[in-house]
Design a protein around this ligand. Structure first.
Ligand code: RB5
Length: 145
């Protein structure tokens, strides 16, 4: 599976950690930066990653900033994106099964790397359940029109 990943300076270390972890597990990773600790603007990176996911160049995306909040606010403004800010494994699973989230956001300054890996693994392994949940997701999609 092809996964896009991106961060700002506040999420760089966790992004690099997740990139290696997911590549070791066999995922193909598209890294949209940032690549240095120099201060940068998270919307620029969220925008690039969301374009990939919306256009189908990557099946899913993972965004990291200091809290994950800025990335999730930005990503949810992009057409075709349902971004879930997760700090626990249960929400990660539900965001796939109920909300069909296609972008996962996390905060490097809010959770440990071990938990972040577990959240990413759970999120990537979980499938949308459809059924009654599809009705809600379709209503979200309608709001984009
Ligand atoms: C950068 O200092 C920080 O504001 C950013 O990474 C993020 O937490 C914003 O939501």
């Amino acid at each position: 599976m092809k996964i896009a990943i991106a961060s700002d300076h506040g999420g760089l270390k966790l992004k690099e950690h997740l990139k290696k972890h997911l590549a070791d597990k066999g995922f193909e990773i598209i890294d949209h930066g940032t690549h240095s600790e120099e201060s940068c603007d998270y919307p620029d990176y969220a925008k690039k990653l969301c374009r990939d996911v919306a256009e189908g160049k990557a099946e899913k995306g993972i965004l990291v900033c200091g809290t994950g909040i800025g990335m999730s606010i930005t990503a949810n403004k992009c057409k075709g994106i349902r971004a879930a800010l997760c700090a626990d494994v249960f929400s990660a699973k539900m965001s796939r099964e109920h909300n069909d989230a296609n972008v996962l956001c996390m905060g490097e300054r809010t959770i440990g790397f071990g938990l972040a890996k577990m959240i990413a693994d759970t999120w990537l392994a979980s499938e949308f359940l459809g059924g009654r949940h599809a009705r809600c997701v379709n209503k979200i999609i309608e709001l984009e029109e």
